[in-house]
Design a protein around this ligand. Sequence first.
Ligand code: ASP
Ligand code: MG
Length: 428
Amino acid sequence: MALIVQKFGGSSVADAEGIKRVARRVVETQAAGNRVVVVVSAMGDSTDELLDLAEQVSSSSNPREMDMLLSAGERISMALLAMAIHESGSSAQSFTGSQAGMITDAIHGKARIIAVSPHRIKASIDKGDIAIVAGFQGMSQDSNDITTLGRGGSDTTAVALAAALKADVCEIYTDVDGVYTADPRVVPAARKISTISSEEMLEMAASGAKILHLRCVEYARRFGVPLHVRSSFSQLEGTWVLPNPDDTIKIQEGEPLEQPIISGVAHDRSEAKVTVVGVPDIPGKAAEIFGIVAGAHSNIDMIVQNVSTHGSGRTDISFTLPIVEGADARAALKTAQAAVGYESVEYDEQIGKLSLIGAGMRSNPGVSYKFFKALSDAGVNIDMISTSEIRISVVTSADLLDTAVRAVHAAFDLDGEAVATVYAGTGR
Ligand code: ASP
Ligand code: MG
């Protein structure tokens, strides 16, 4: 008897119809001879609606109360799903994150999982019930307060439970049929990927592919949990994310024996670019600048330092960071302007990041040439460049990002025959 953890995202449980559809799917999975644990997200965009409400009653949000509020979204879905399952004659029990044994640290809004002790979940499935768990939440070990794991955190709940219960697979149900070679909302000709290594999936998630939460992919890789990303709106086989490099040789029927060079193109609109202009070109200045930015709790992504203009003894340092962290980082830099001795700070939110990802880059020369040629043919100007062993990323202006994604996708022959189906959701 297999143990399957199934996670359903907000768009899959957006309304009563959706909840009933998910209930049927869960019951079918159990009827096929499996033990089933279900993790649910909040209905539709209800987490955003709760955030809007909080803003209306208070200008400064209290982190503890914010987590109390946001964790309620998932509790609504879990109870409604249990009721819908009862309606079909099967037995199910719902559990909050803390009842399910999700123990976290005390950092409200982005708590990290410290331990998972799912005794009650085990007992529930051992007696033949379907166990339903509220995603995205846990309980702090120190304060016993309710915490949340950060936006999109239900994926991570599902994988953490799958690892703790030693599940055979963690199925992530979403509103598209799997992981695509690009976001089908931007590239309608994107193709579904049937298997992808967790290494490549990590790069895709880190580069802005919203299909899977980055932390969920890291967790799955660390604990060897196979992930199956698929749609709750169809019965099609989705994308398998394989945790061990050796697993990639599990070739499915009809698939080419060699891995493709490129697995996909990801894009990201959530970052801004900061340029510190006229930094004295002497040892220690970069450390000072990034020390200041780190002190403002910013997560830096790309960094570029120019050669100093001839004879000036000064240089420019540019970096990108999440837009939501831009204001704090700028304020911190401003405060330290005299101490660091730079001339000014420029800030631009109208940027986009495009990344090309593929493990085959390591052993195939010419990938960068083809990539930059495609961008140049499409008339896209490049602002910043960064690379890893299996990724090339560029920053462009925001209004050219979609064009750039489509051009690169086509240049690497990733376009498929059919138009990808997007069943629901706004992609936010
Ligand atoms: N409901 C939360 C969010 O919208 C968690 C999740 O969906 O995974 O971010
Ligand atoms: Mg959500």
